[in-house]
Ligand binder design. Structure first.
Ligand code: NOJ
Length: 560
């Protein structure tokens, strides 16, 4: 397998609004990121993925962009951006920008023009349809609730918005749209950025027939088959690759909602004709159900292992995996798959990190994950800021599908705002995030869970992540080795091996709060095994082991 820097990197995602506020307005900003560059260097990450920093009316916290080449005033200026980029590069850290081009804001000048008249030059930049039988053009529901179509009086037609009404979908069929996007990407590349994370890129090509979808409980049709991995998506990405990506040395990752293994082999093919890698959602959707993600179900470990192993094995040698538990759209993993009690929070956070970081692919850490930050005890609906959560609360409770108390419990468990409360830097007011009033509440546990305390303490979650990152740099087998799942039916343990040129790793993770017995598999002898990392002070191996609750340990065997 060809060696490249992006296969060997660890990416750290920053959600700028919540990372660090340098000017006391309660909102994180670019200078705040620059201030923390040494912290990131100390952690050891190679790449920052920056969630959107562009001009935006913030209907969806920056994922609704009104100017792709301007910086949101709350975050600073283009000069601040350039300083941040230079500060990162000085430390050998690369910057990957969020590219949100499935849709723009309705305040983007293209859309302002587009809605003016049917013959406006920008009309065809968006997806406009006539009413069908006096109603919406089809029955698709939007990802943020309600119909995916909005009626516009000026021209008596509907436009498509797969997300909020303020996020109209761009019409990628239009060559001018594609060229405008490619020119804008080129402009950022010329500035010296190091890659793109492409927002819902699997949704840019829609079935041109716009058929009705199968009706769901919400009363809207399922758009999935007509929007995900649409007929021209690979053609568009290949064009983007030819015209922009292949001309620079970039890390590119597509957020691929609805992606299957077969599709991912195209998006992330190792020939490099499209993107470097794709985010898949299957492992994160295992606890979904008839009311979408709104429940408090636990992910079943046997299913989790089967899903992740399928991705590990099927992409191996064909396409590149990206590895994640957390991002700005997911609740905190230690509260979801681990145990956020005082007793087990740190150990289970380390176990989850081990399980993910020893897999094949490029790992992503979401701000605060390296501290074991937890979900947030939001007191009331008013404390949430996320459009998805707020809309979902109304949709599911007003339709009677869910009771208000249950829905509140589900929002606290699954809502995206769990990831969006301020980064916990220290135990001073507002967790050291801001001297002003933060735009969203701070998790009250910042007095005990914070970066300062963890950087100073050798056995912290922070130092554990630091070690995992370092190991990836030292052992090729972590990056390039083949993966094999052991004990697929065991409901408590996640055990797998990695192998490359006679060098082997054995990764053992106890996902439960009880001690568990584990016997070494054939071919592994304690005297030849070297312990690389342990979250329970284990230094040697035994043929028959008694694993502690949430224990994780990694052994190495073979040439050093
Ligand atoms: C996916 C992003 O990760 C999410 O935060 C956003 O709301 C939607 N795409 C729409 O841009």
């Amino acid at each position: 397998m060809e060696k490249t820097w992006w296969k060997e990197s660890v990416v750290y995602q920053i959600y700028p609004r919540s990372f660090n506020d340098s000017n006391g307005d309660g909102i994180g900003d670019l200078n705040g990121i620059t201030e923390k560059m040494d912290y990131l260097k100390e952690l050891g990450i190679d790449v920052i993925w920056l969630s959107p920093v562009y001009e935006s009316p913030n209907d969806d916290n920056g994922y609704d962009i009104s100017n792709y080449q301007g910086i949101m005033a709350e975050f600073g200026t283009m000069e601040d951006f350039d300083r941040m980029l230079a500060a990162a590069h000085e430390r050998g850290i690369r910057i990957v920008m969020d590219l949100v081009v499935n849709h723009t804001s309705d305040e983007h000048p293209w859309f302002v023009e587009s809605r003016k008249s049917k013959d406006n030059p920008y009309r065809d930049y968006y997806i406009w349809k006539e009413a069908k039988d006096g109603k919406v053009p089809n029955n698709w529901g939007s990802c943020f609730g309600g119909s995916a179509w909005k009626y516009d009086e000026t021209t008596d037609m509907y436009f498509l918005h797969m997300f909020s009404q303020k996020q109209p979908d761009l019409n990628w069929e239009n060559e001018k749209v594609r060229q405008a996007v490619f020119d804008m990407m080129d402009w950022w590349c010329q500035k010296g950025i190091d890659g793109f994370r492409m927002d819902v890129i699997s949704m840019i090509s829609k079935d041109p027939a716009y058929p009705d979808g199968v009706l769901k409980e919400t009363g809207y049709g399922d758009y999935g088959p007509y929007v995900y991995n649409g007929p021209r998506v690979h053609e568009y990405l290949q064009e983007m690759n030819r015209k922009v990506l292949s001309r620079y040395d970039l890390l590119t990752v597509g957020e691929c909602a609805g992606v299957t293994v077969e599709e991912a082999k195209k998006y992330a093919n190792l020939e490099g004709t499209e993107l470097n890698m794709a985010f898949q959602f299957e492992h994160m959707d295992l606890d979904g159900g008839e009311t979408f993600k709104w429940n408090d179900r636990k992910i079943n470990l046997v299913e989790l292992k089967a899903t992740l192993s399928k991705w590990q094995n099927e992409l191996y040698g064909k396409a590149w995996n990206s590895l994640y538990w957390c991002n700005h759209d997911q609740p905190r993993i230690v509260s979801r798959l681990g145990n956020d009690s005082d007793t087990y929070r740190e150990r289970s956070a380390k176990m989850l990190a081990t399980c993910l970081h020893m897999m094949q692919g490029t790992p992503y850490i979401y701000q605060g994950e390296e501290l074991g930050m937890t979900n947030v005890p939001f007191p009331a609906l008013e404390d949430f800021r996320d459009i998805e959560s707020i809309n979902a609360y109304h949709e599911y409770t007003e339709s009677g599908q869910l009771k208000p108390d249950d829905m509140m419990r589900y929002l606290r468990y699954k809502g995206r705002d769990n990831a969006r409360t301020p980064m916990q830097w220290n135990d001073s007011a507002n967790a050291g995030f801001s001297t002003g009033t933060p735009w969203i509440m701070v998790n009250p546990n910042y007095t005990t869970i914070n970066a300062k305390e963890q950087v100073e303490r050798e056995d912290s979650v922070f130092h554990y992540y630091q070690k995992l990152i370092r190991l990836r740099k030292e052992y090729d087998v972590i990056v390039y080795g083949a993966y094999t799942l052991l004990l697929p039916e065991d409901p408590n343990l996640y055990v797998y091996t990695r192998e490359l040129d006679g060098e082997k790793l054995l990764i053992i993770c106890n996902f439960t709060d009880a001690p568990r017995d584990f016997s070494l598999p054939e071919g592994w002898s304690p005297e030849k095994m070297n312990c690389l990392i342990s979250n329970c002070d284990r230094t040697t191996a035994e043929t028959d082991m008694k694993l502690m609750p949430y224990e994780a340990v990694v052994y190495h065997m073979g040439k050093a």
